[in-house]
Design a binder for this molecule. Structure first.
Ligand code: T4K
Length: 403
């Protein structure tokens, strides 16, 4: 194997890195328009603190998501932290373990216990029946994660939250500009948090936003993201610095203008993957419900090691050796990361579906940095690896002779 996952930090600056096919290679919006906007920002000398571009960006996102309020943030994680605090969560909050660790950390950071709940293996999102089973007198809320562009069972979760008088937030980092049951996804729950990180299909370099229809929640979050200031010299709330800069808003506004072009490329890539992977044993591409508006930003596979004659991890080794940087999102599950692994050593007992899925899922490159030839390179490699699965596995297991 030429390259190991852990080598990425060293690998980052090399020419091979530029040639590699990445999961999360940023989509770059129209440069001329972006640079024109940045020049306006520089001319205005208004760089941050609720500048005009941030305000325009918030209005556009709110309109797109069909909500009354959008509060732009410096990133999705701080957006989660602020939404959690503004919603008054404390004690225990139910979250999936099958998510990026930021979802759990946003709670733990504020001394709130994340209670890891299993997912429905068909949807990869919180199983509402399991959520109900994990509620205790200390539970104050639920955070559903619309994983990989697929929505949670929003109706069932709303029912559970209402019955038990719990707050319901959504980590919507993967679902910007999508719909669920025909409605923009940002309108579900008490609030939804987007990430506009560089690796997301729509980015503001770093950035995020919280959207809500709750006027009081919006007011509190606006205060919290600006140190609690309600005008000059007037602090009326505890707060932090969650503000988005004008540079990020300029990138966001420019990106919104070409968002559909990015989705079109993602959709084409997804369908090309779908066609090419269809006949490969043991490899199942997670589909999107195309009756809804989808962003197609994650191409995720389930690898059945028996049918494919190769494990997901051996596939990753093969892909990385060939400069295709497929990822094991979200291995090994939050409950097996620190500090949760030490705090909750038995958490896995409640998470059979999560523990099975984290061993089998594989995320492949997509986005505008990938053309159909790139997709073919990945799918040909997949076909080769599965065809020679047993031989590859044996070779990877061979221990080198003593020197
Ligand atoms: N909730 C969920 C469900 C999330 O998925 C995330 C973030 C959050 C909350 C928190 O939102 P933020 O606070 O991040 O806004 C990435 C991202 O850092 C993270 O934003 C994202 N989820 C997570 C799923 O993925 P890594 O560890 O995969 O990043 P990295 O550095 O390995 O980059 C991925 C690939 O992209 C590499 O092959 C290199 C390439 N790349 C990356 C960057 C940043 C580029 O080519 N150019 C770049 O500028 O975490």
């Amino acid at each position: 194997m030429k390259r190991r996952l852990e080598d990425l930090a060293v690998f980052g600056g090399s020419p091979a890195f530029a040639e590699a096919l990445h999961v999360g290679r940023p989509n770059i919006a129209d440069r001329e328009r972006l640079l024109a906007r940045i020049n306006e920002v520089l001319d205005r000398r208004w760089l941050t603190n609720n500048g005009p571009l941030v305000q325009e960006f918030e209005a556009r996102v709110a309109e797109r998501e069909g909500v009354r309020h959008c509060i732009a943030m410096c990133n999705g994680t701080v957006g989660l932290e602020i939404a959690i605090r503004a919603a008054g969560l404390s004690g225990e909050v139910i979250v999936p373990s099958l998510t990026f660790v930021a979802t759990a950390h946003a709670l733990e950071w504020q001394q709130i216990t994340p209670v890891f709940c299993d997912v429905d293996p068909k949807t990869y999102t919180l199983d509402p029946r399991q959520v109900e089973a994990r509620i205790t007198p200390k539970t104050t809320g639920i955070i559903g994660v619309h994983l990989w562009g697929r929505p949670c069972d929003v109706e069932a979760l709303a029912r559970v939250a209402a019955e038990h008088r719990l707050r319901l937030l959504y980590d919507a980092a993967h679902v910007f500009d999508t719909t669920c049951l025909g409605r923009a996804i940002g309108g579900y729950g008490d609030a939804a948090v987007f990430s506009f990180h560089a690796t997301k299909f729509f980015n503001t370099f770093e950035g995020g936003a919280v959207v809500t229809n709750d006027d009081e929640l919006a007011r509190t979050m606006r205060l919290m993201k600006n140190f609690g200031f309600a005008g000059y010299d007037n602090v009326i709330h505890v707060g932090t610095n969650g503000k988005m800069s004008e540079l990020s808003a300029a990138t966001g506004l420019t990106g919104l203008e070409t968002l559909q072009e990015v989705v079109t490329v993602n959709r084409e890539n997804f369908h090309a993957y779908q066609d090419a992977l269809a006949g490969i044993p043991g490899i199942t591409l997670l589909d999107y419900d195309e009756r809804e508006r989808c962003n197609f930003q994650y191409v995720v596979l389930d690898v059945d090691p028996r049918a494919a004659s190769i494990t997901r991890d051996d596939l990753v080794t093969v892909f990385w050796a060939e400069n295709v940087l497929a990822r094991r999102y979200f291995y090994p599950g939050c409950h097996r990361m620190e500090p949760y692994r030490t705090r909750f050593p038995d958490a896995g007992r409640h998470l059979p579906a999560t523990e099975r899925l984290v061993e089998r899922t594989l995320t492949l490159p997509t986005g505008t940095a990938l053309d159909t030839a790139g997709v073919r390179r990945v799918t040909d490699l997949m076909a080769f690896a599965v065809r020679h699965g047993r031989a590859i596995t044996e070779r990877l297991r061979v221990t080198p002779p003593p020197a």
